[in-house]
Design a protein around this ligand. Structure first.
Ligand SMILES: [Zn+2]
Length: 89
């Protein structure tokens, strides 16, 4: 007879704060967009997934990229919804 081991209770507490950072991603056409990424900051990986679900190549951005690139609206909306769900209740 086999006994079913009860699964250990997992605490259902979410991580204190889900951190994210913004990073300008140039497009092939020239203009680019600032996407949001999970994590505290870019740790040097060449490819990362944006909050809005795209896989993009990260590279060192110039100051002009930071200034000129508009914020990705999808990333912005997703982060807004998430923080609204977890913070403003
Ligand atoms: Zn995005």
């Amino acid at each position: 007879m086999s006994r079913i081991e009860p699964l250990p209770d997992r605490p259902s507490v979410p991580p204190a704060v889900e951190r994210h950072f913004w990073f300008p991603i140039p497009n092939v056409g020239g203009a680019g967009v600032r996407h949001a990424f999970r994590g505290r900051r870019w740790s040097g990986e060449p490819v990362a997934h944006t909050v809005c679900g795209a896989e993009v190549a990260l590279a060192h951005a110039s100051e002009m990229d930071w200034i000129c690139f508009p914020t990705c609206e999808q990333c912005f909306e997703l982060l807004k919804e998430r923080s609204a769900a977890s913070t403003f209740r």
